[in-house]
Design a protein around this ligand. Sequence first.
Ligand code: ADP
Ligand code: ZN
Length: 614
Amino acid sequence: MSIQPILQEVFGYREFRGPQQAIIEHVVAGGDALVLMPTGGGKSLCYQIPAIARQRAGLGITLVISPLIALMHDQVGALHEAGVEAAFLNSTLSGEEAAQVERRLLRADMTLLYAAPERVTTARFLAQLDSLYERGLLGLFAIDEAHCVSQWGHDFRPEYRALTVLHERYPSVPRMALTATADTLTRADILERLQLQEARQFVSSFDRPNISYTIVEKRDATQQLLRFISREHLGEAGIVYCQSRKRVEEVADLLCDEGIAALPYHAGLDNKVRQANQDQFLRDEGIVMVATIAFGMGIDKPDVRFVAHLDMPKNIEGYYQETGRAGRDGEPADAWMCYGLQDVVNQRRMIDESPAEEEFKQGLRGKLDALLGLAEATDCRRVRLLAYFGEASQPCGNCDNCLHPPAVWDGTDAARKLLSTIYRVQQMDGISYGAVHITDILRGKRSEKVLQRGHDSLSTFGLGADFSEVQVRGVLRQLIAIGAVTVDAQAFNTLKLTDASRAVLRGDVPVRLRESVSTPAPRKAKRDSARVSVKPPVALDESAESRYLALKAWRAGVAKEHNLPAYVIFHDATLAAIAQNAPQSLEDLQGISGLGVKKLEAYGQQVLRLLEKV
Ligand code: ADP
Ligand code: ZN
């Protein structure tokens, strides 16, 4: 069975990307697969093309299991636009609509069915699958967002655990699991939980070369964010992640006050409002979504130009998945994070206070440490990120540390003095103190509390008078990051020494710190020197530009009429290619990337007529 024609006819693409072809061939032939690909890598085609191929071969329909109920409508809409029969079953359908889909399902009168895991494991639905299976009409199971099966992932969904029933009940149906979360722990968990030990594993490179990574020290986070957006991304679509719902609301308001079109999204919002905000983000251009991590899984908007983190996420998987939502179209995009001591303290506390088993908490701490290491890094961020996913690489030339190597100072001496201070105070009073007080003692500040407790008599008092407060904070963050100091959340966030402190005190562990830079270097140079392995966005001449704008306006009308996001009709890149080619006939339109047979048929004439008038 040839799959190349499906890619061209249905999706209008010329070539497979990365490992797509190998994956698709394996699954079309009936093999099981685990597919690990970064966000934006092109996972959807990996199950959609096998679905089409197996349906055409009379092997039955594909069931796509996905937790993303709110996105199923658009996903199915996109398939319809490409001329593929698809449907979804979830709680947004009325009883009558659902019954209709079920009747079609029993006739196997579709190529793909999307359903949420809680639906799939109901007795009613399984009975319908039984009927298809008996007639040989169950062609493939695609388990999307498969990391949801693992408690190590950040989106654990217990219902995913019940999906083993598919394998047990329908052993001859091939299964594929797909995810963008690839650390070894989660990967092993997916294989075991879904009983995919025998499946072939396809692991893509996780590099997203068009994304530039920047991590800055938190001063006044919202002002820093405002500056970042105004300088680099005015009028562009982006996502801003915050930790709490309250913060989401505040930041969205603040951005709106500054004239930036921002919307809030978090689990505490009314369902309707949340869905409306998500729709607006997907359908309109240039919206900034301010959100908790509840937002974003499965969001396939291709032109998100930046993802900003105002608070530090829990771990590198979360960070990478969230930032991966930028630049799916392959054009330059930014991942920007602002992080400070309080983030470290908060995240530690959340782990300490969680009711989980100690062993599990230890796992979480390890993951947090890796993220802290990334934030404190003075070398290439991408090298570290990729190393976390088991990939070796060279400095990237497209992250803050590569573009503007930070001045590094040797903080070993400062670190030892800081640790001694914590030790002496503890020895003197039998209790420990928080970061502010310890810093005051070290820097020789005669604060009320210092005088009251007589801490100005300590031998370490004023030992670090040469260091600025910012420097001491940096040292402390680094020490917490390497585990040489812990913050005791049970005791007012006081600082305590650990087993690892000793090596630093002895001077065995060098502590290298980035010099704090208060004003970020101008970014102009960055774009020029960036080693971005994507073609620059096509520069259009004047007449092509007016065609492009006319096409965009036309697309907006079609999208609205079909109740779908504009990019589902055509990507910007497809419109730009049409504008540049100035087609006179349907033939001229053929072969433009993103224009499959169905779209050519549906829109070709309209596009030609429109262009005649421009
Ligand atoms: P993922 O699910 O892995 O995050 P998607 O399946 O949404 O990624 O694909 C990301 C984008 O890349 C989509 O806009 C898709 O149309 C596009 N794409 C995928 N495969 C190809 C290909 N072979 N050629 C051109 N574009 C592709
Ligand atoms: Zn780099």
